[in-house]
Design a protein around this ligand. Structure first.
Ligand SMILES: Cc1cc2nc3c(=O)[nH]c(=O)nc-3n(C[C@H](O)[C@H](O)[C@H](O)COP(=O)(O)OP(=O)(O)OC[C@H]3O[C@@H](n4cnc5c(N)ncnc54)[C@H](O)[C@@H]3O)c2cc1C
Length: 756
């Protein structure tokens, strides 16, 4: 069987099943499930592998090599630039390959497998007073492999910048064990001159790679020094600067951010920083977000551990969506805000810089409104507000849909105020709205823009806008991406930022590791165009099937309701919150709200699983474990309402055919209960008898451990009439209907009688 790539898929699947212990999933449903991430792109993979461990990853690569199949790695799948979907074999590291191996407290290092979730790793480190600095907003469900793949950063990257090695994952990586497509396994880190000479002298593939890297560095060194932006958040491009002698020829750091286009991370040793025992949160309110940006350089002098900005567009979106409705009142008056966190060993220590900063700002003309919080609960809430930025700005009622595509450009923190003004002017020139928020302390601006990637005109305007936005960033000496990576959204624009020669250097870097171009092809270098593989695109025309529910908040359309899921992945949290209990139990993408929404979308839009429409068994299977608890409706930042979609699906699935026995048993419980009232004692006797009970439970799908509830000997209505409730009603009736002959002894109309 051939698919879009020239690979013998059936042969590859057989080989994988023969050689790995883990799970090999090549069904249409599995491929549909992994067809996108949190980006605008969608590519149907060849198949999915869930490795049990290191040996499985090695065997998977060997099988792919034998059949010439490309590979893309996957952590939490929350990427925003399309680097996590491809026509490739997807290796999902999160289910099994996720252990923490070792914490070296003295050297402040941790050694982990790539599938471990950041919050889980940090929880283990917390008791030692250590933390990994970069913390993306997806910290509860993103994996270390994915963070290293993207060179992620976060709110507390500024802490890592001031108190650790630097803002990005790459600045905090000690060593990596990597696997190449040709099967080579290497442990890479920083390399002194002596080690480098030894490695090169030893011969073999390792020597060849290092020799070529040295040659690349020597040829492009000066250009790298000149053209790589000197800002805390340069994430675009490969980290060729980490190969410079002044950066210790750090091969591990050079590979971070390569988005699985070069190598697979098998193990990571990360550098840690001490946690602050006490924290203080200062909130500043400004007349607009630009003036908030102007104050960033002043505030950075006080070395905060977090420095974030948000604008009124984001806060208004939260208000409209009723996200954190009461919590928003914590913010001081204003239309643009800075959230500034300070750390210390005691509250006095963390409050001190905050108070000094407040004094300095007060002395200035037009100082901001200020609020120094002293309640840890309120502080937590403020961070929650900030974390929900992307979700809050997606799918705002009565506003156009917003998209990724220009979400995380970065400039020098010194320039952030000016950049925000110019960026807003550019948005307005193209008729776009959009929120402005982000890690202002490090010059990074987040936004979701109403690109309208479902029409020809929308796509063309998006292309023009991103071209000009890249020019603007270039004028500021900034980076197209300051944390989400290049993937497909930015790959095509890299020549603008780095120039053709350095982009050629990127190609050569990739080729040193992956001469066959089999690792995540079409991302970062030799990229797909920005308007290829779009999830929607100008031909998007979903079927508008008639439905049982009305979807008033989704233009009355089931397909538009399904589009709510933008892939944030909050439903993949392992704990906290109400979403999603079935994912927490199984750790299966298909049992997450996101996975189910994806399958429903694929069912509607085909061609992978669209053939059977509402009768699709793979969708049914994914929905089976949904508890219909409505947790997602409240907990998901875009309010995906899986319980309703499940009910919709099942009513179509079972239309004109019998439902399973348990549906009749529970769906018609009111009928059975009424019938049981004829002889409740007899029914209870039958239920209690072990044989009938066992058979009965089996037939109606109840677990054998569960006891069937007993029917009462007397039904509620009868009991109510006989007891106080009944007496009270009779008394009320007597008052309402005085004895005949009494004054005013006229019967009351029915409604008044009831009220009495
Ligand atoms: C709502 C929202 C908020 C976000 N906020 C932030 C933020 O604050 N800061 C930030 O930096 N990012 C942010 N992101 C982007 C994304 O969440 C982060 O980049 C995150 O670290 C990615 O982790 P993941 O496990 O989901 O990676 P994935 O998306 O699964 O993968 C990321 C990349 O790493 C590669 N990869 C995965 N595993 C391996 C491996 N073992 N070896 C080699 N390569 C591998 C993948 O191929 C892919 O190219 C946000 C995204 C969303 C949706």
């Amino acid at each position: 069987m051939k698919r879009q790539v020239d690979v013998d898929v059936a042969g590859l699947e057989r080989e994988l099943r023969r050689t790995i212990r883990g799970e090999v999933r090549f069904s249409d449903g599995d491929r549909a499930l992994y067809s996108t991430d949190s980006s605008n792109y969608r590519q149907i993979p060849i198949g999915v592998v869930i490795p049990q461990g290191r040996d499985d990853v090695i065997a998977t690569v060997a099988a792919c090599r034998k059949f010439g199949a490309p590979i893309t790695c996957r952590g939490g799948g929350t990427s925003l630039a399309g680097q996590c979907c491809n026509i490739a074999v997807i290796i999902d590291f999160t289910k099994y390959f996720n252990r923490l191996h070792e914490i070296d407290i003295g050297r402040k290092l941790v050694r982990v497998e790539p599938g471990i979730v950041l919050d889980e790793m940090n929880r283990a480190l917390e008791k030692h007073g250590l933390v990994f600095g970069p913390d993306p907003a997806t910290h509860s469900h993103c994996a270390i492999g994915g963070m290293l793949g993207n060179n992620s950063c976060g709110v507390h990257s500024v802490m890592a910048e001031f108190y650790g090695g630097g803002a990005r994952c790459s600045d905090n990586v000690h060593e990596l064990e990597v696997l190449l497509y040709d099967g080579t396994i290497l442990r890479v880190g920083k390399t002194g001159d002596v080690d480098l000479a030894k490695i090169i002298a030893a011969g073999g593939r390792r020597s060849e790679i290092y020799k070529r890297l040295v040659d690349l560095r020597d040829r492009y060194g000066e250009l790298i020094r000149q053209r790589f932006p000197k800002i805390p958040r340069r994430v675009s491009g490969y980290n060729l600067d980490d190969l410079l002698p002044e950066k210790n020829f750090h091969v591990a750091r050079a590979l971070v951010g390569s988005e699985s286009t070069c190598a697979i991370i098998l193990e990571a040793t990360l550098e840690l920083i001490p946690t602050s025992r006490a924290r203080s949160l200062l909130l500043l309110g400004y007349p607009d977000v630009y003036r908030a940006g102007d104050h960033v350089p002043t505030i950075r002098k006080y070395k905060p551990i977090g420095l974030e900005g948000i604008d009124d567009v984001l806060i208004n979106a939260m208000k409209v969506k009723r996200l954190h409705p009461r919590d928003l009142e914590i913010l001081p008056p204003g239309k643009g805000w800075l959230l500034i966190e300070f750390g210390g060993n005691s509250k006095e220590e963390s409050d001190a810089p905050a108070k000094k900063l407040m004094a300095e700002l007060k002395a200035q003309p037009e100082p901001p409104s200020m609020k120094l919080l002293d309640d840890p609960l309120k502080e937590k809430v403020v961070w929650k507000i900030r974390d929900s930025g992307l979700g809050a700005s997606a799918r705002v009622p009565n506003q156009p849909d917003t998209w990724e595509g220009w979400e995380d450009s970065a400039v020098s923190p010194e320039d952030i105020g000016r950049y925000l003004r110019d960026f807003r002017a550019l948005l307005e020139k193209h008729g776009y709205g959009g929120t402005l928020y982000g890690h202002f302390g490090q010059g990074l601006v987040h936004t979701r823009i109403d690109f309208g990637l479902k029409t020809h005109e929308g796509i063309q305007t998006y292309l023009r806008f991103t071209d000009e936005a890249a020019d603007l960033v270039k004028r500021y000496g900034g980076s197209l991406s300051g944390e989400h990576g290049d993937g497909q959204s930015r790959g095509e624009l890299l020549p603008k930022m780095f120039g053709d020669e350095l982009v050629q250097a990127f190609r050569e870097f990739k080729e040193i590791w992956d001469p066959d171009w089999k690792m995540n092809p079409g991302k970062i270098v030799r990229p797909y165009r920005r308007d290829e593989n779009l999830r929607y695109g100008e031909r998007y025309d979903p079927p508008q099937w008639s439905t049982y529910f009305r979807y008033p908040k989704d233009k009355g359309s089931f397909s538009y309701a399904i589009e709510r899921c933008v892939g944030v992945g909050q439903c993949r949290r392992h704990e906290h919150g109400t979403m999603c209990p079935s994912y927490m139990a199984t750790r299966e993408e298909k049992h997450s709200t996101r996975g189910r929404a994806r399958l429903l979308w694929e069912m509607l839009n085909g061609p992978v699983i669209g053939k059977n429409g509402w009768r699709d068994e793979q969708v049914k299977d994914a929905l089976d474990l949904c508890l219909a608890c409505k947790g997602c409706k409240a907990d998901c930042p875009v309010n995906v309402d899986m319980a309703t979609y499940k009910a919709e699906f099942l009513s179509h699935y079972y239309k004109h055919r019998p439902r399973p026995v348990h549906a009749y048993a529970f769906g018609l419980i009111h009928v059975w209960a009424r019938l049981a009232q004829i002889s409740p004692g007899f029914v209870n006797l039958v239920n209690r008898a072990s044989i009938t009970s066992t058979v009965g439970k089996k037939i109606i799908g109840i677990a054998p451990q569960r006891k069937l509830p007993e029917f009462a000997g007397e039904n509620f209505k009868r009991w109510f009439r006989r007891t106080r409730g009944g007496r009270a009603r009779r008394r009320a009736r007597r008052i309402a209907r005085p004895k005949s002959g009494a004054p005013g002894g006229r019967a009351l109309p029915v409604n008044q009688r009831t009220r009495a």
